[in-house]
Design a protein around this ligand. Structure first.
Ligand code: SF4
Length: 186
């Protein structure tokens, strides 16, 4: 992707308040992307989300990035020496969605600094990392995800919900399926 395309993508994302999490949601569920963009949030009701927040705060000694570049990105870690932007994950579940988000972060960091950056997915529980580079195919997928996000958020109502495995742990399951958002432990 040339510099001009990066600049357009980043500027349009900032103008439309399209941030990193939407790049995850669009891969997982367009309904979720629409609900999140239009500020229908149920995170506070879901213990899986609470666990994710706790992990982010504790796994790397609380080293995390502040929300960065306005509403654009809020990565878990930024290393300006290695030029690495990182996301901390609980498990490999939904890795494609995490990669989508990280590609957007890499694009923003490259645009802002004018230098090449890489993304790192960090799995502290498994002591494992995965490197994410913004090569040609990744750039195309980033642009496709961005186009999908724009198409979805412009809809007057959410896209039709489709039941899938992730619904069981989605904070919107109370809205979509009338299911309680707290699990019971047996
Ligand atoms: S409950 Fe399922 S259909 Fe509804 S937003 Fe979540 S993932 Fe999408």
């Amino acid at each position: 992707m040339n510099h001009e395309l990066f600049a357009i993508l980043c500027s349009e994302a900032e103008h439309r308040h399209i941030h990193g999490l939407l790049f995850q949601h669009i891969v997982l569920c367009p309904t979720r992307a629409w609900l999140h963009y239009h500020r229908v949030d149920c995170y506070h009701l879901n213990r899986h989300m609470k666990m994710g927040l706790w992990l982010h705060e504790t796994a790397y000694g609380g080293e995390s990035a502040e929300p960065y570049f306005g509403a654009g990105i809020a990565p878990d870690m930024l290393d300006f020496v290695k030029r690495e932007v990182s996301e901390v994950k609980k498990s490999k579940s939904h890795e494609a969605a995490a990669i989508s988000q990280l590609r957007f972060y890499v694009a923003v960091m490259q645009e802002v600094t004018g230098e090449p950056w890489v993304g790192m997915l960090r799995y502290p529980s498994a002591k494992r990392t995965k490197r994410v580079v913004l090569d040609g195919p990744a750039q195309l997928e980033l642009l496709e995800a961005f186009a999908q996000i724009k198409a979805v958020i412009e809809l007057p109502v959410p896209p039709a919900k489709v039941e899938k495995k992730i619904c069981a742990n989605c904070s919107y399951r109370i809205l979509c399926w009338g299911l309680g958002t707290e699990d019971e432990d047996y």
